[in-house]
Design a binder for this molecule. Structure first.
Ligand code: NAD
Length: 456
């Protein structure tokens, strides 16, 4: 595509000018971005409402607020993160000084999904800008209203040789992936993540893959069921379950299940009332394709609550399914909607092995008071991150890096980890020339035992 070709070559030229190496200049860009977001706040919230039926509260809490906090955190720490870091030199290189220089990678590609269309585009972009890169941004076509506002904001604040946005569907992603980038930051499904990685391999381009998968919530003995139900109802039905770190399914001790379901129903009703389909604070499903995909899942297991649909409003009520077939699509693929299956276990070890035997989840939530079990979950299971006695909140702490492991992704971001993802750490050893120790040069006769002593 000619348009991409031209943009890429203009970006390369701009990057070569060295303008983005200046940290004060980068801070100016972040401040300009912040100001423009602030100017467009109501347009952003309206677009999120149109795309996903998000209330202003949810839009601010899970999208705008997170982006503001990322910008502010980067502005506060950028000077110190980007300063060269002195490290110790070894005796073998005496006399010398060693340090690490943090350098931008160049021209990066950011591809985002539709479920948190503003935040998942802007947060990586903030990190890319802070680290001194030029960026090509490709938001999702499904969240078209938010993508429009994103384009408006970015094209007003930045020249296209610095930050450029390309709209469109997967054909546009495919076209962009034919070009050589210096880093690709992709947020989306594991299936598309594999395609991205294959395309990136052609140029040996490093990738960050922020993917999804099935994130379990494990409810063990000694859980405060009322609090657990509130936390799970909140984390699961936020954005109508279209959240990468939403609890995908529950594993619960058999003797706790009945009471937990009662508490969960109570929590759902107190949050969304008894008619959630007509509650403006309960979001909708993004589009017909996903609506149909989700309604097809409803036949699995025993319906314990919910199940109502409104195809016109594109809404599915918070739904609880008990005892699903473990080989069904409901239990083999990420649900990504307001349907929560519950599976019971008798011994903690059963639940542990159930999780251990599947792909490493993006998130895991452990509820319970058995510290031995808690330690076993935290130390021995591999998952991106998670909470103990809560859900989703780990994502909101800028001091905690965010990313998956194995099938749920590779690489991480948020705050300093985002900055580092878009930077190269260059190691430099500066040798002083007033002395040249001859030990390392041949001939080695008589030097071996000294070398061994020095390298111990
Ligand atoms: P998706 O993988 O279908 O789409 C993501 C992006 O890839 C979109 O921009 C889309 O246009 C593009 N795309 C689709 N097919 C493509 C192809 N064949 N080639 C190239 N590009 C293609 O994901 P989605 O439906 O937008 O989002 C849902 C998924 O994203 C879930 O799995 C969810 O868990 C995951 N997710 C992860 C995070 C995270 O931070 N880890 C956050 C949100 C969503």
């Amino acid at each position: 595509m000619k348009e991409i070709q031209l943009c890429m070559s203009e970006m390369r030229d701009f990057f070569q000018t060295g303008t983005t190496l200046n940290v004060s200049w980068r801070k100016k860009q972040l401040k300009a971005l912040r100001a423009s977001i602030s100017e467009h706040e109501s347009a952003i919230l309206k677009a999120l409402q149109e795309d996903l039926g998000k209330s202003d509260f949810e839009g601010y809490a899970t999208e705008l607020g997170i982006v503001y906090s990322e910008i502010d955190h980067h502005l506060k720490h950028l000077d110190s993160w980007s300063r060269p870091k002195r490290v110790r030199s070894t005796i073998l290189s005496f006399p010398s000084r060693s340090y690490i220089v943090t350098q931008p990678l160049g021209v990066v590609l950011i591809m985002s999904p539709w479920n948190y269309p503003f935040q998942l585009t802007m947060a990586p972009l903030v990190a890319a800008i802070a680290a001194g890169n030029c960026a090509v941004v490709k938001p999702s076509r499904y969240s078209a209203h938010t993508s429009r506002v994103l384009v408006e904001i970015l094209s007003k604040v930045f020249p296209s040789e610095y930050v450029a946005t390309f709209e469109g569907g997967s054909e546009m992603n495919t076209a962009l992936l034919n070009y050589r980038f210096d880093h690709i930051f992709f947020t989306g499904s594991p299936t598309v993540g594999k395609i991205v990685m294959q395309k990136a391999a052609r140029f040996l381009t490093p990738v960050t893959l922020e993917l999804g998968g099935k994130s379990p919530a494990l409810i063990d003995e000694g859980t405060n069921l009322k609090l657990a139900a509130k936390s799970i109802a909140w984390g699961k039905f936020l954005n109508a379950g279209q959240t990468c770190v939403a609890p995908d399914y529950i594993l619960i001790k058999h003797d706790l299940q009945e009471r937990f379901v009662e508490e969960l129903i109570g929590a759902i009703q107190s949050m969304y009332g008894t008619d959630p389909l007509n509650n403006s604070e309960f979001p909708k499903i993004i589009n017909e394709k996903h609506f149909t995909r989700l309604t097809d899942l409803l036949g699995t297991g025993t319906l314990a609550y919910g199940g109502q649909l409104d195809p016109k409003l594109m809404k599915i009520a918070p739904t609880i399914l008990v005892g699903p077939n473990l080989d069904s699509t409901l239990m083999t693929e990420e649900i990504f909607g307001p349907i929560l299956p519950i599976i019971s276990f008798n011994q903690f070890e059963e639940a542990f092995s159930f999780i251990e035997g599947r792909e490493h989840p993006l998130a895991l939530y452990f509820f319970g008071s058995n510290s031995q079990h808690e330690k076993q979950v935290v130390d021995s299971l591999l998952f991106g991150g998670g909470c103990i006695n809560d859900t989703v909140l780990h994502l909101s702490n800028p001091h905690l890096p965010f990313g998956g492991v194995g099938a749920s992704g590779m690489g991480r971001y948020h705050a300093k980890d985002g900055f580092m993802t878009f930077s190269h750490k260059k190691s430099i050893l500066k040798k002083y020339t007033f002395l040249d120790v001859p030990l390392r040069y041949a001939p080695f006769k008589g030097k071996y035992s000294l070398l061994r002593r020095m390298m111990r």
